[in-house]
Structures are given as structure tokens and as C-alpha cells.
Design a protein around this ligand. Structure first.
Ligand code: FES
Length: 161
């Protein structure tokens, strides 16, 4: 398994969150950049950050929460250091993505959308990543692995062990 480690599940430093709010300008126009930067540093948006962001940008907490909820790329729970995404689009589905997903769920002991208790892996699915000719596709930490089957997925795990 490739070892590209995003920042995830680290202790939440509320002082750092306040700094990010100020670094981004400290006004309501900075709402999305602030949320992006917090996610980049912490791997997700901690719930307790919402009131700090709202206070710093002089907006309502519901506005902050609304933006976080609206965009699918913002996460409200800690993510795994390894994020594995199985494409469930039609092309990938007909070429065996379901069996790859089932294998990963069994291997990791989690269902799609979940993170392992040790925060090593998050298992996600996506509708289509736009490279249907390589179906079925699995994305691991933003790197696409095409033409996947059970043997190749098992091989990826062996490489990381
Ligand atoms: S359906 Fe999987 S890449 Fe398009």
C-alpha cells in the first residue's frame, strides 16, 4: 500500500485554528479558505472549530456549518491516513468493482464510508472518476490504480506490509 500520509486525527489545537482564521483575513469572505486550510492541516473540520471560525469571521455558526455540509469534500470526522476510494460508476461496476469493494470491506473490517479504529484506513466510494477505460478503478491517496481485480488489490496490501 502506498504510504502517502495526509494529516489526520491529530490533537486539535484550537489556538492554531484561531491563527488560521486570522491568517486568512479574518472576515466572512475567507470562510471557504479557512475551512479548506483547517481540513488540510487536521484532515477534517473538528466540530468544536465551528464556533471559533464563526466568531473569528463574524458570521453565524449555522453559516459555517452550512458551508461544511454543502461541500462533499469537507469532512466532519477524522479520516484514515490511507484513503481508499472504489469507483462505483457503471463501467467500474460491470467490470467487478463490487467484488473489489467487498474484499476491501472484509480486509479492513469496515463498511464504505467508515474509518478503521486506528485511523489507518478510510474506505470511500465515488460515482465515476472519469477514466472508465481503465475500469474497475481504485484510488489510494489520490493515485489511480486501474484494471483492478482481487489479486491486484491483495498485492497492494502485501507491498505495504
Ligand atoms: S465508472 Fe469508474 S471511472 Fe468511470
Amino acid at each position: 500500500m502506498p504510504m502517502n500520509k495526509p494529516a489526520t486525527c491529530r490533537a486539535i489545537d484550537m489556538g492554531r485554528i484561531k491563527e488560521i482564521v486570522m491568517e486568512c483575513g479574518g472576515n466572512k469572505w475567507a470562510l471557504i479558505p479557512v475551512i479548506q486550510k483547517i481540513q488540510n492541516e487536521f484532515g477534517y473540520i473538528p466540530p468544536e472549530a465551528v464556533t471559533v471560525i464563526a466568531k473569528g469571521l463574524k458570521v453565524f455558526p449555522s453559516q459555517v456549518q452550512g458551508v461544511i455540509s454543502f461541500y462533499a469534500q469537507f469532512y466532519t470526522k477524522p479520516r484514515g491516513r490511507q484513503v481508499i476510494t472504489v469507483c462505483r460508476g457503471t463501467a467500474c461496476h460491470v467490470r467487478g468493482a463490487e467484488s473489489v469493494l467487498n474484499f476491501l470491506e472484509d480486509r479492513l473490517g469496515i463498511q464504505e464510508g467508515e474509518t478503521t479504529p486506528d485511523f489507518e484506513y478510510t474506505l470511500d466510494t465515488v460515482a465515476c472518476i472519469g477514466v472508465c477505460t481503465l475500469a474497475p478503478n481504485v484510488v489510494i491517496n489520490k493515485q489511480v490504480y486501474g484494471d483492478m481485480d482481487l489479486e491486484k488489490v491483495q498485492e497492494l496490501f502485501k507491498k505495504g506490509e
